[in-house]
Design a binder for this molecule. Structure first.
Ligand code: ADP
Length: 403
């Protein structure tokens, strides 16, 4: 079975085509600047050179058509015809409380995703455009949706409720949902497999730290708590997002700086975090380089980032009454030995002993970076959300065929 994985944004669409016999990626790519002039399609067929095509792509229907053209192209295509695409899986940011796992797309499912537009106004409408664009291009192909929030639906109400008037939860579903669920689910499974232990037996903290960043406390194989909340703004300090702050800052700043709600929202989401404190960049590589060159603001940003991450790991160790596995993943987690070292060096009391040589090794494989004597196993596990989406889609379609 061949599964096309799609991550549709408002002006972009990323894709991967998987052959599920061996879970190999036949091609991947992205369409950028949808709805603007000079849209760009970048197509990377496995084993062949990358292709770039610039043209006008006004909406998602055309973007999906271009993707199919690329996949079936005489020279840089990887399949003979679009009939070879057996299923399509979509990444959906918000599944609210309705979706506790991945599902096949039906009229009801589409209705529910529409009802969730309020909770994810930037993401869910774009995902919906992706779904309808696939429907018009591949009308008979089954589609599945995989939610960033679904993995965290196991959180107990002590984790997911905010201590604010309950009527707000009843009326508007204001609660903590958590995100990066596909990644936390994938890396926790991979970590357990690497350790040769049942996932259910582990008390794990997984740190997905990229541009966006979140931690999850994973108990009995299920999400027990996670640092992002109703939106991906809560929790850790991130590239351009503040993470946790005193909410009273919002009305205070609006008043003092004469800012509108939208402006404060934009400040907290786009102009805070690493970029605000370093004054240099939101990119951990640039921060680390500047820090090594003696830049004080870069060092402060790095230290705050690490400090806030350590506090979450400590909090989750307390929440689960212990921890035996710590996992790092995503851009910073997979690549920054400096961040991993700084975090682990400050929490040795938990039973963490980092092995500096193992930590310095660069690899695309899951690996242990703690010493053999370390009570808590510290792992680096490359995330692969697209593969998990392809797997869920494959399983759902297979199950539907056999029922
Ligand atoms: P996104 O959340 O957009 O998916 P990624 O998971 O790709 O982001 O992570 C991007 C982050 O990873 C950036 O801050 C980048 O600086 C960081 N990163 C990537 N490679 C390295 C590296 N070698 N050293 C330190 N940080 C890195």
């Amino acid at each position: 079975m061949k599964v096309l994985v799609i991550n549709a944004g408002s002006s972009s669409l990323k894709y991967q085509l998987y052959d599920m016999r061996d879970e190999s990626v036949l091609a991947s790519g992205r369409v950028e600047r949808i709805g603007m002039d000079s849209s760009i399609v970048t197509h990377e067929p496995a084993g062949k050179p990358e292709v770039r095509d610039v043209s006008e792509i006004l909406e998602h229907v055309t973007a999906v058509k271009r993707v199919i053209d690329m996949l079936t192209h005489k020279e840089h295509g990887v399949i003979g015809s679009m009939n070879e695409i057996d299923a399509v899986g979509h990444r959906i940011v918000h599944g609210g409380e309705v979706f506790k796992s991945s599902v096949l797309v039906t009229q009801d499912v589409k209705l529910e995703i529409r009802r969730l537009f309020d909770l994810a106004p930037l993401h869910n409408p774009a995902h919906m455009m992706g779904i309808t664009a696939v429907e018009s291009n591949l009308p008979h192909v089954p589609q599945a949706v995989v939610f960033d929030t679904a993995f965290h639906q196991t959180m107990p109400n002590t984790s997911y409720l905010y201590p604010i008037p309950k009527v707000l939860y009843r009326r508007h579903k204001i609660r903590r949902y958590g995100f990066h669920g596909t990644s936390h689910s994938y890396v926790s499974g991979q970590a357990a497999a690497y350790l040769g232990m049942p996932l259910k037996s582990l008390k794990m903290v997984s740190c997905h730290i990229g541009n966006g960043a979140s931690c999850a406390a994973i108990l009995n194989g299920e999400s027990f708590d996670t640092s992002m909340g109703m939106t991906p703004l809560e929790g850790l300090m991130m590239g351009t997002r503040s993470g946790d702050i005193d909410p009273a800052i919002v009305p205070f700043v609006m008043n003092k700086e004469e800012l509108t709600l939208n402006e404060v929202n934009s400040m907290l989401n786009k102009h805070s975090g690493m970029i605000a404190i370093s004054g240099i960049s939101s990119d951990m590589r640039e921060i680390t380089e500047a820090m090594e060159d003696g830049d004080k603001n870069a060092k402060l940003a790095f230290d705050m980032y690490v400090y806030r991450l350590k506090k979450y790991i400590g909090a989750y160790a307390a929440a689960m009454n212990g921890i035996d596995t710590l996992v790092f993943t995503a851009g910073v987690g997979e690549n920054s030995a400096a961040v991993r070292k700084a975090v682990c060096e400050g929490i040795t009391f938990l039973g963490i002993e980092l092995d500096d040589e193992r930590n310095a090794i660069r690899s695309k494989e899951a690996r242990e970076i703690s010493k053999d004597s370390s009570r808590v196993k510290v792992l680096v596990v490359p995330t692969n959300e697209e593969l998990l989406i392809a797997r869920d889609t494959y399983e759902l379609v297979k199950a539907a065929h056999s029922s």
